[in-house]
Design a protein around this ligand. Structure first.
Ligand code: AMP
Length: 411
């Protein structure tokens, strides 16, 4: 199948060709005709599947087909994070470069006035994170009554991040006669509920299975003492010759500290998290994509929606408290048809978190110690203290020594 059979306008086909794309990805092949036909769409698609072009291309075409509205935006794309908003904005300018449409990106953490100025000059498409969008509505600097197309991108992340109330408020501000597209990497009861209230007779495309880890990603646990994790990470980066690795820490402070330590170990590293300015985040990401930064150290929130092509390695420096975050983390690798690998450095204290993750995945993650970094056995009488309150932990009863031992502790 080629893009020629998708009835896209010439201006879009030229932009696609300039990107070097020859074949639509499966999500594009299914979503583009449905959106062009004016249908609502419920699509299950992870980052890396080409989902952005799957909604951007037909959205641009429909906006060109229709009347240009009064000075009001006609399409709204909601994203969970500013990084994702910026990436969608980039895609719109890339694919729409031969079209007269104007787009703007709206997110928090940066000055509001330039956004107001831009909105005043008139835009056709707004890409936004929910909170700042509502700020604009509150200040009457944005009128959503002309929206014809609504896209919810990474809807599951938006729900995870607690945006459901903001989304519901935004939906009330939109005309009911509109086209709505909902993209989500995972499918849950909450997504179904949101979709039911939002979509009319939707075309359903490859709905993602519930909480499945990216299947192409090979996963491995390295048991290691907590205080030797940093040393092990440097060792792996050096000895395996990893050129580009995304490292997850649980806290912003942890991300900063690890970044400093890696730099001291001679590894070009940068941190990306919510306390960094937008410029610092953009620079870190750009450096990473360019290859100038070898290790990008991120917290879960900051990493959401990062568009990094064919990322080969993800390291969980610390396991996340929420098992679903593990799935999202490793979903950053093994993308766009390439194989990926996810390594988790797991200290004895994190055993409980690992068990929860394996329960969610419904399988055990293979485990192997790295020579010289074997994890110590836990003292028999010690009860591991998971940093998250656990629903499943039996109350008051110390766990047996056997469950505290790292499994397969030697290679
Ligand atoms: P996405 O899933 O939207 O984040 O896209 C993942 C990556 O795939 C992006 O870097 C796109 O530029 C790229 N891409 C999108 N569509 C195609 C295509 N049809 N052929 C090749 N690459 C594509």
């Amino acid at each position: 199948m080629s893009f020629d059979s998708l009835c896209l306008m010439d201006e879009l086909r030229r932009a696609i060709a300039a990107q070097g794309y020859t074949t639509p990805t499966p999500i594009q092949a299914q979503a583009i005709p449905a959106v062009l036909a004016g249908r609502d769409v419920l699509a299950g698609a992870q980052t890396g599947t080409g989902k952005t072009a799957a909604f951007t291309l037909p959205m641009l075409q429909r906006l060109c087909d229709g009347q240009t509205g009064r000075n009001r935006p006609r399409a709204l794309v909601l994203t969970p994070t500013r990084e994702l908003a910026a990436q969608v904005g980039e895609s719109i300018s890339t694919y729409g470069r031969h079209l007269p449409l104007r787009a703007t990106i709206i997110f928090g953490g940066v000055g509001i006035q330039p956004q107001i100025d831009r909105l005043r000059r008139g835009v056709d498409i707004v890409v936004a994170t929910p909170g700042r969008l509502l700020d604009h509505v509150g200040q009457r600097t944005l009128d959503l009554s002309g929206i014809e197309i609504l896209v919810l991108d990474e809807a599951d992340r938006m729900l995870d991040m607690g945006f459901i109330h903001d989304i519901r408020r935004i939906l009330k501000l939109l005309p009911s006669a509109r086209q709505s597209l909902l993209f989500s990497a995972t499918y849950s009861d909450e997504i179904e509920q949101l979709a039911n209230g939002l979509l009319r007779d939707p075309v359903t495309i490859a709905v993602a299975r519930r909480n499945t880890a990216a299947e192409r990603v090979s996963q491995l646990v390295h048991p290691v003492a907590k205080e030797r994790k940093r040393e092990l990470l440097s060792h792996l980066i050096h000895s395996q010759g990893w050129g580009q690795v995304l490292v997850f820490t649980r806290t912003k402070h942890g991300a900063n500290r690890l970044t400093d330590q890696l730099i001291r170990d001679g590894i070009a590293a940068a941190a990306i998290h919510g306390n960094k300015s937008q410029t610092a985040r953009t620079n870190a990401l750009a450096g990473f994509k360019r290859g100038a930064v070898r290790a990008l150290v991120a917290t879960d929130i900051a990493a959401r929606g990062l568009d990094i092509d064919q990322l080969p390695y993800v390291v969980n420096f610390e396991l996340p408290n929420v098992p679903e975050d593990y799935v999202h983390r490793i979903g950053r690798t093994g993308r766009a048809g390439s194989a990926g690998a996810a390594f988790s450095l797991v200290s004895p204290e994190e055993r409980k978190l690992l068990v929860d993750i394996e329960r969610l995945l419904k399988r055990e993650i293979p485990s192997a110690s790295v020579d010289g970094f074997e994890a110590p056995a836990m003292p028999v009488a010690t009860v591991p203290a998971p940093s998250a309150p656990s629903r499943r932990r039996s109350r008051g009863r110390p766990r047996t020594a056997a469950t505290q031992q790292p499994r397969n502790a030697t290679r």
